[in-house]
Design a protein around this ligand. Structure first.
Ligand SMILES: NC(=O)c1ccc[n+]([C@@H]2O[C@H](COP(=O)([O-])OP(=O)(O)OC[C@H]3O[C@@H](n4cnc5c(N)ncnc54)[C@H](OP(=O)(O)O)[C@@H]3O)[C@@H](O)[C@H]2O)c1
Length: 250
């Protein structure tokens, strides 16, 4: 590998993950792209390598729902790259469901990918970081971690749990100055995750979000909202809003 900074991104085949890959590539990082749609990763690898000849890009098929494969894939990437500087647990799904339908399939899938898949990624990264004695884990949570979104109860709960999990891991690592933990809370970012994203307020493009995220990661921030305006303010207000206001907005 050319540079000494290596970043692993899960959910790199589209949206925020792909945009993060472009942003890190422009800053000279070697990149490991992970997701299930390998052909999309190969296309992204070709695009990144063409515009950034100094970096090395590798791809790895990864389904974070296959919990036992996650440490295997990360260890294999570490062997190829030499060390891991940053691991971003970004893979995630959404799904809308009204409570009371009796079918928990949507909720179970969301919890499996967004919570257990992310935990598996964080855990595998931390095992490597403890051995290396350095590293930076980044978890892609959501603004919905601060207040449950109607119709997206499981999604909101998965992200609230992930934020809480990352807070605990950050505290565990408090004395290990060279191991960092960052929780990112995006507002609404234009990606494949929701065809109707433009119906929501304050939507921004993924490349703009990625630029803000990587700035914060490089500064070693522990907890951020993206974009900061207006979400940093809303973060304080939204837990206090009555259900009548939430129902109107969403
Ligand atoms: N966009 C927003 O407004 C927004 C807001 C808050 C939080 N987020 C979070 O940001 C993250 C990225 O979402 P996005 O908006 O960029 O959506 P996206 O374009 O749909 O990207 C989701 C990524 O996750 C991957 N993924 C899904 N299930 C996976 C699995 N089982 N194993 C491995 N990879 C998997 C997908 O790749 P494959 O299908 O190829 O596996 C894809 O690369 C998610 O965690 C999401 O919850 C997004």
């Amino acid at each position: 590998m050319n540079s000494n900074k290596n970043v692993v991104i899960t959910g790199a085949s589209s949206g925020i993950g792909a945009a993060l890959a472009h942003e890190f590539a422009n800053r000279g990082y070697n990149i490991a792209l992970c997701a299930r749609r390998v052909e999309k990763l190969d296309n992204l690898k070709a695009a990144l390598s063409e515009t950034n000849s100094r970096i090395n890009v590798i791809t790895a098929a990864l389904d974070v729902n296959d919990l036992e494969s996650v440490p295997q894939v990360l260890n294999d990437i570490k062997t190829q790259m030499g060390h891991l500087t940053i691991v971003i647990a970004n893979a995630g799904i959404t799904g809308v469901r009204r409570t009371g339908s009796g079918d928990l399939t949507v909720d179970k899938n969301i919890m499996q990918t967004n919570l257990f898949g992310a935990i598996a990624t964080v855990d595998a990264a931390m095992a490597i970081f403890r051995e290396q004695e350095f590293g930076h884990i980044v978890g892609m949570s959501s603004f919905s971690a601060f207040r449950g979104i109607p119709g997206s109860a499981a999604y909101s709960a998965s992200k609230a749990a992930l934020t809480n999990y990352l807070q605990a891991v950050g505290t565990e690592m408090f004395r290990k100055k060279d191991i960092q933990v960052t929780a990112i809370h995006p507002g609404f970012i234009r990606t494949e995750i929701d065809d109707n994203i433009d119906k929501f307020p304050f939507v921004i493009d993924a490349d703009k979000a990625a630029n803000t995220m990587v700035n914060a990661i490089e500064k070693g921030k522990t907890d951020i909202v993206v974009p900061s305006w207006p979400w940093a303010l809303l973060r304080k207000v939204i837990p206090l809003l009555p259900n009548s206001v939430m129902a109107k907005v969403f």
